[in-house]
Design a protein around this ligand. Structure first.
Ligand code: MN
Length: 365
């Protein structure tokens, strides 16, 4: 709770058991299970010989940046940290399986997603009023994507991940090849969560001057790129039941993108194809959301997208996240902003809790 509002962080990460994949994949794939290990100053994530991530320590894992975080792996510690930070509920992203999109081997990608999805929903089964599991999808073969959508919907998932940047070999979001995926998810009532950095070959793209700022700010551009392709290419327009949230990319760009696309859609209408049945800004207002941590433009200018396009996220337990200062951060966001209590309640929790299907009776009441 913060100022008596229910707080839902639409951006949190859980660390899988180290042997989750090497211990649970089909026998012949186990040597290629995703693992993480230290190598000098670096943390390496790999699937067999395939290098998935190489980050300098301490970068992303919560308990390595000097601040004690009890919930990286342990659920009781997580709930305690949430209470300390004033966060009532969270959407959970993986730590190891977040790199699944980079596995181009169709069988290994599919089985990695299945192992993670089976594990996570069971792991949080007693805490569904506070923790929302979020499934990983295979994307290198859309038949497998559709099959896993059906499977995770049956398991009880409401939210599934899509890559924020296209891995090599996967068509962009303006391709009609995506249609069955968006149609099926919409029919099943599953929403997409597109976390920053996912699908990228490497998050460290610039090592020269400005690299740290450039690399992290670029992830906002990745989300703009993907949302732009989904809206302009028509996949969201053709499948109005599909919905997507961009996670940890900031949210202040969304209104600017909506207005820019409206402008071009009208001014260049003679070149626009496919023709959209709604204005880009309407598609965005109805089917797109984005989470922010501290950028305030999305709150100040919320009428451009509608305030329900904007959701908050803490990015626990990552170093760049707001733990344990989330209350102070939230205070700062709304300081001096002319906004109703009802809108604040939606932005800090209610919209996300509804969108991601949190099972919390207290909130429904
Ligand atoms: Mn995150």
């Amino acid at each position: 709770m913060w100022n008596n509002h229910f707080v839902f962080s639409a951006d949190a990460h859980i660390m899988e058991p180290g042997d989750l994949f090497t211990g649970n994949l089909p026998q012949k794939l186990r040597s290629r299970g995703v693992v993480t290990e230290r190598e000098g100053d670096y943390i390496i994530t790999r699937a067999g010989d395939l290098l998935l991530e190489r980050l300098r320590r301490p970068v992303s894992i919560g308990d390595m940046d000097g601040r004690e975080k009890r919930g990286v792996r342990d659920l009781r510690g997580r709930l305690a940290d949430m209470e300390l930070d004033g966060v009532d509920a969270e959407l959970l992203f993986p730590s190891l399986a977040i790199a699944t999109f980079k596995i181009s081997d169709v069988e290994l990608e599919r089985e990695t997603a299945k192992v993670y999805n089976d594990w996570l929903i069971d792991h949080v089964r007693d805490h569904r009023d506070k923790l929302v599991p979020n499934a990983v999808l295979p994307v290198h073969d859309f038949k497998e994507t559709v099959a896993e959508l059906t499977r995770v919907a049956k398991l009880g998932y409401k939210s599934v991940m899509l890559p924020c940047w296209m891995p090599e070999g996967v068509p962009e979001y303006n391709s009609e090849e995506w249609d069955p995926v968006f149609e099926h998810a919409g029919e099943l009532g599953l929403v997409f969560a597109m976390h920053t950095g996912t699908g990228l070959d490497r998050v460290v793209r610039e090592r020269g001057p400005g690299g740290a700022i450039i690399n992290y700010s670029s992830q906002m551009l990745d989300a703009q790129h993907s949302i732009m392709y989904m809206v302009a290419g028509g996949v969201l327009d053709r499948h109005p039941k599909a919905a997507v949230a961009a996670i940890e990319c900031g949210a202040s760009w969304l209104g600017a993108l909506a207005e820019r696309m409206d402008e071009v859609n009208a001014a260049h209408h003679m070149f626009v194809r496919p023709k959209l049945s709604r204005k880009p800004s309407e598609i965005i207002a109805q089917q797109v959301k984005a989470t922010f941590q501290t950028d305030r433009e999305c709150v100040i200018a919320r009428r451009i997208t509608g305030h329900q396009a904007v959701m908050w996220g803490a990015d626990y337990p990552h170093a760049e996240g707001t733990f344990p200062d989330s209350r102070t951060v939230l205070n700062g966001i709304f300081q001096g902003v002319d906004i109703s209590d009802d809108e604040v309640a939606d932005i800090v929790g209610r919209t996300a809790a509804r969108f991601f299907g949190l099972r919390n009776p207290a909130l429904a009441a």
